[in-house]
Design a protein around this ligand. Structure first.
Ligand SMILES: *Cc1c(COP(=O)(O)O)cnc(C)c1O
Length: 447
């Protein structure tokens, strides 16, 4: 593991947050950028290394978000930068479906190796997570000759028209932006903290809903996230996915694990579904795959991936030479530096530091997570009722004190903690202290 970073791994504030340069940029921004691109914290960043971001005023900020799980290997990794720069000076574009190049093939070979399952696997490379999900829908429909698509309650699958329809909550992702495509169904999931059901019980509920509302024989694909990210770090009860994947196999349904947030080492495995002992037919990969460069993929059983007619899937920038060069560097770094084990180290450190928060703070209902992907569900004391005002307070306190954490959950009540897997125990401790201060202040103000 690289022990020396170009920025010291410590929180250091030299101005109030946001600082004067951030405030000046924010004034320009509101005159030029759509208000629809809302921001968590208007702190403008200049550079970063490891788990630290440095803003335009020189403040060093602990990043517990990674731009939603993207910079898993740390910010601006020098080897990724070098690989991308070298490729940018050599060849930046041909369009793979006009004249191909090796990087694309190498990424597909690597994806076949690291995704679950021993069968022959093929991939298509695209630019964004939503585009990967859309392509998985197209491929599953072509393969099965069926139309219906199923996703789970609390799911997040993207912001294009089709993937918005597969995304659970209306606000803010969908409201006012329909009409949406038909044949998309949201079905009950397993949410152990809120529903108290075992994996088997929750799966029976899901399957019963499908049989009574849709009909299994109508369904082309069933999409799950192994850990729901935007939905609030919801980890289904043990056995849930196993039963669902059996149900899909029995009924000729393509089982798709959307690994866009949980994949690529984040949970202490290459892919999150591995923790459930399930082998999906297709997986979608994006966010963490290329250290911040835009790249995404659909990978899965060769016979499914090859069901599409030549020219049926593709896109101008998909599998761009520079993005694929970055991804190849990311794969090398994860293996050489044992970053899957580093994610397990982060999990241990987080449990040790924040695992008792539900006992210590009345507004914390549940702490859950895997690897470097944790959620803290905030509730009205003594109940399981979501407490979004508490989360808003905590995030505001954190950002003004130099800690970036994320919101999540269908009720905006889950604090999402997704640091780089290279974050130190000292930074976890410092960031946790800032969050604890926020809980204490909020609880005191409630008295
Ligand atoms: C972020 C995300 C997407 C969408 O990816 P984009 O690159 O933002 O289009 C889809 N599915 C999951 C699980 C995600 O976390």
């Amino acid at each position: 593991m690289s022990s020396s970073f170009s920025v010291s791994q410590e929180r250091k504030l030299v101005t109030a947050l946001p600082g004067p340069r951030s405030i000046a940029l924010q004034e320009r921004r509101v005159r030029a950028v759509s208000a629809g691109a809302g921001t968590l914290a208007n702190i403008y960043m200049d550079h970063g290394a490891g788990a630290i971001l440095v803003d335009v005023d020189g403040n060093q900020i602990i990043d517990l978000g990674c731009g939603i799980g993207v910079t898993t290997i740390g910010h601006a990794h020098p080897e990724v930068a070098a690989a991308a720069a070298a490729q940018a000076g050599k060849l930046t574009h041909t369009l793979f479906t006009v004249t191909p190049y090796e990087n694309y093939v190498r990424v597909a070979e690597k994806l076949a190796e690291i995704t679950p399952g021993d069968f022959e696997k093929h991939s298509i490379l695209v630019n964004t997570g939503a585009e990967a999900v859309e392509n998985a829908v197209k491929i599953a429909r072509k393969y099965t000759g069926r139309r219906a698509i199923v996703s789970l309650d609390h799911a997040f699958h993207g912001r294009t028209n089709l993937t918005m329809a597969m995304t659970y909550r209306p606000w803010p992702e969908r409201v006012g932006m329909g009409p949406f495509p038909g044949e998309i169904y949201s079905v009950p999931t397993s949410y152990p903290y809120q529903d108290g059901l075992s994996g088997e019980e929750a799966a029976e509920k899901t399957i019963d809903y499908i049989q009574t509302h849709i009909g299994a024989s109508e369904i082309a694909a069933f999409f799950v996230e192994p850990i729901q990210g935007d939905g609030g770090i919801v980890i289904p009860a043990p056995g849930y996915f196993k039963r669902l994947s059996e149900f899909c196999t029995e009924n000729g349904i393509v089982f798709v694990s959307d690994e866009i947030q949980a994949g690529i080492a984040r949970t202490g495995a290459w892919y999150g579904i591995e923790h459930h002992g399930v082998v999906p037919d297709l997986v979608t990969t994006a966010k963490g795959i290329a250290g911040g460069f835009p790249l995404a993929a659909v990978t899965g059983r060769a016979e499914i991936m090859d069901a599409v007619q030549p020219g049926g899937i593709g896109g101008t920038f998909g599998g761009n030479p520079v993005s694929t060069a970055a991804a190849l560097a990311v794969f090398d770094i994860i293996e050489r530096d044992n970053l899957i084990d580093e994610a397990k180290r982060v999990e241990k450190a987080l449990w040790a530091r924040i695992g008792d928060w539900a006992d210590k703070f009345d507004i914390v209902g549940d702490v859950r997570g895997k690897g470097a992907m944790f959620g803290v569900e905030l509730v009205h004391p003594g109940t399981k009722k979501p407490f979004p005002e508490a989360l808003a307070f905590v995030l505001k306190h954190a950002t003004t004190n130099g800690v970036i954490a994320l919101d999540a959950g269908s009720w905006d009540s889950v604090l999402r903690i997704m640091p780089s897997v290279v974050i130190s125990e000292a930074l976890i401790d410092d960031a946790a202290s800032v969050l604890e201060e926020a809980f204490t202040l909020f609880q005191a103000a409630q008295q």
